[in-house]
Design a protein around this ligand. Sequence first.
Ligand SMILES: Nc1ncnc2c1ncn2[C@@H]1O[C@H](COP(=O)(O)OP(=O)(O)O)[C@@H](O)[C@H]1O
Ligand SMILES: [Mg+2]
Length: 228
Amino acid sequence: MSRLQNKKRHLNVLTNSHSPIAEAYRSLRTNIDFSSVDEKTQVIMVTSAGPEEGKSTVISNLAVTYAQDERKVLLIDADMRKPTGHRTFQLSNRAGLSSVLSHQSDLEEVIQETEVSNLYVLTAGPIPPNPSEMLNSKRMGSMMQLLREQFDIILIDTPPVLAVTDAQLIASNSDGVLLVIHSGKVKKDIAIKAKENLLRVNARMLGVILNNVKRKASEEYYYYYYGS
Ligand SMILES: Nc1ncnc2c1ncn2[C@@H]1O[C@H](COP(=O)(O)OP(=O)(O)O)[C@@H](O)[C@H]1O
Ligand SMILES: [Mg+2]
């Protein structure tokens, strides 16, 4: 079990790689690496039951943590409804995933380098009217196959499971799922429903990250990771 503290919307693991937060993300990475012996875990999606539970925060910090381990990492912002990846890494979002899936751009043109070495980002692109349809397309499948050849680790940010079908569609292109649960916000039965929806599409649950667990009044905003 690891503890990840995160107070502001900056990348904690970047600002201080010796902090307990950075250490906690490293142990999350190790937990994921050791979660599978028989199956490879190259494409990992992060989701949650509802909005604002910390999906994008967790995935960004985790992406940096993998990149710091000398692995070539791609972060895909597949939350085409509320994209944030471009802001987190200060990138352009004029073209991105939606542009590739709608045949307006080539993949190579839109994958952007970040300030973090080994870390690349495919931003969400302009918000399309039909994200679910795009994510369910053949082009999405072939794009993922290409990317698997080019990157060691691919992390996919998604919209909430209970809001739209997007996360379930993305699960079929992923090797494993991390479920972020905002403990103060989300009731247990809602979180269980989110997990059930993912299991229904045969997603492999890698673990649950409990965000914002309050232990004492002085200790806010902790994450706890539980392997499944
Ligand atoms: N552990 C945390 N402590 C404090 N603020 C957090 C924490 N996790 C997320 N936040 C903040 O909550 C907001 C929503 O987080 P975000 O990662 O964007 O959620 P999601 O992607 O699930 O919608 C952001 O402003 C983010 O900075
Ligand atoms: Mg988000």
